[in-house]
Design a protein around this ligand. Structure first.
Ligand code: CMC
Length: 381
């Protein structure tokens, strides 16, 4: 049946063209629709970066207002979805809730599940974005056994998230709001990463947006992808609590003992540095200085990083800190619980997932994703 290219992990496979995100791993460059992530973090908001990623241009004030009001119209969770919360124990990981709820949107918004009607696709985009913020915040509320609250006045996604997580009495510090906004921007898109490829692959079967995105959430959860931010902090905690010398921990990593890896290090595409990590490290310094915090985990992370960057095992494999290495330290400093790190990654990545699903849907050349195998079993029995 023809020629098959063996490419484990799709390291060299390109299933389609895309005009959303420019990524140059050698140069450490990441741009959404041509704008650098540094410029977007400095001059724009998460909402603007989302609009840019989805529609290809930064919004005018009017377009932004229209976008926000479209999304806000769907920010309240359908009442019946509260029953889904009740069906799960409070102890479950919030990613389970977010995934199940996103999948359930196909049931509660069946009128926007067409993949070919542009008006429905537009509404589905607003539903997904509007609901996701609520899902993420309420998954946290559930985990602490608290009731659900919506913000009493209009606010940014970052401020809304904080208010919905911590309650309307929570006073949002503009610097903390800016940090969340920046982290969300840094996560908006990353071309054909594992979760985005999952969204595209599911979407290629003409599955609706919600079904496709919920698959992306599942793919994101794994510790080699979006789950790495939680895994990094757990690794640092483990080192701290067991009083392990960071250098000794690195030796274990190098011996590949129990298959452990230095979480937050390495990347398939970045072989010099991850530009997101560079921005986050600066944010980390800023936040720590402002809050006057001393996190013992930060000191461990710094020691691990310094030692790894000097070590032949890591340098010869071109393993550098990635986006997840310092993001957890920043989240900890602003009191975001560890289990919420990956949900925040999902919230940030959502516009990217949707942009990819839409791009693929409007590509007349798109075909169902269907890789081939090299069969190694019995041929006949
Ligand atoms: N610690 C120790 N060794 C590593 C690590 C690491 N973090 N990452 C890769 N290696 C080694 C790996 O063992 C292999 O060694 P060898 O050649 O001796 O077999 C070599 O480096 C190449 O690794 P690979 O698994 O072929 O690399 P990959 O491109 O398939 O994996 C990765 C990329 C990000 C999954 C991997 O670097 C990793 O597991 N990192 C830790 C998890 C992590 O931080 N993930 C977040 C990625 S950034 C967020 C996102 O966008 O998803």
């Amino acid at each position: 049946t023809g020629f098959v290219t063996f490419d484990p992990g799709y390291g060299n496979t390109c299933p389609s063209k895309s005009s959303i995100t420019f990524l140059n791993g050698e140069a450490g460059a990441l741009r959404y629709r041509g704008y650098t992530i540094a410029e977007l973090c400095e001059k724009h908001t998460f909402e603007e970066a989302s609009y840019l990623t989805l529609y290809g241009e930064l919004p005018t004030a009017e377009q932004l207002a229209e976008f926000k009001s479209g999304v806000n119209a769907y920010s309240k969770m359908p009442k019946q979805l509260e029953k889904i919360f009740e069906a799960y124990p409070d102890t479950i990981h919030p990613m389970v809730m977010i995934n199940v709820l996103t999948s359930s949107l196909s049931a509660y918004f069946p009128e926007v599940t067409s993949i070919s009607d542009p008006a429905q696709v537009e509404k589905a985009t607003q539903v997904a974005i509007g609901q996701m913020l609520t899902f993420v915040a309420f998954a946290y509320r559930k985990s602490i056994g608290a009731s659900f609250e919506y913000p009493t006045e209009p606010c940014s996604s970052a401020a809304g998230l904080l208010k919905m997580m911590f309650g309307n009495d929570y006073v949002v510090d503009p610097d903390v709001e800016k940090v969340i906004d920046e982290l969300l921007i840094l996560h908006v898109d990353h071309e054909f990463n594992c979760s985005t490829s999952a969204v595209r692959l599911i979407g290629s079967s003409q599955a609706n947006l919600f079904a496709s995105v919920s698959g992306g959430i599942s793919a994101l959860w794994g510790p080699l992808h979006g789950g790495a931010n939680q895994a990094v902090v757990e690794m640092l905690q483990f080192i701290h609590e067991n009083n392990i010398d960071p250098q000794e921990y690195l030796e274990k990593v190098k011996r590949k003992e129990d298959g452990i890896r230095l979480m937050g290090f390495g990347h398939r595409v970045y072989k010099n540095y991850d530009p997101r990590a560079r921005i986050i490290k600066k944010t980390c310094d800023r936040v720590m200085a402002k809050l006057g915090k001393e996190d013992p985990l930060l000191a461990i992370a710094q020691k691990l990083e310094a030692a790894a960057l000097e070590d032949e095992y890591f340098t010869s494999r071109k393993l550098y800190p990635n986006v997840d290495f310092y993001s957890g330290i920043v989240y900890r400093a602003i009191k975001i619980p560890t289990e919420m790190f990956t949900p925040l990654f999902a919230l940030g990545r959502l516009p990217g997932w949707i942009a990819h699903w839409r791009e693929q849907n409007s590509d007349p050349k798109a075909r169902i994703g269907r890789p081939r195998q090299i069969y190694t079993g019995e041929t006949q029995r």
